[in-house]
Design a protein around this ligand. Sequence first.
Ligand code: 5GP
Length: 112
Amino acid sequence: MADTLFSKIIKREIPADIIYEDDDALVFRDINAQAPVHFLVIPKKPIAKLSDASAEDQALLGHLLLVANKVAAQEGLTDFRLNVNNGAGASQTVFHLHIHVLGGRPFSWPPG
Ligand code: 5GP
């Protein structure tokens, strides 16, 4: 997979406001926050998008959700929204899998 902005953040080649890290995941605040709290949970493994993940990623994908939950709690959120954009037609712009976690304001349904 080609280097992306997010792989450069993992390698500390570009700065980010990192709020959690472990062996498999990195979490940092979105540079263009769409809510009072908006952070991104990414795997360190370079997976371009969710539809590129396979059965061997099962534990990693579950881990990312638990990390999202843990950091949401760390940020004081009880109600929050997770969003994964898969592909350009779904507004994915950075092709390194990421889970958006947004909180701190009400969210409507359906999303735009
Ligand atoms: P996507 O549209 O691919 O689902 O989301 C990509 C997200 O990455 C966007 O919300 C965008 O604001 C965020 N983003 C893009 N470049 C950077 C960056 O250099 N640093 C950080 N922290 N976030 C970024």
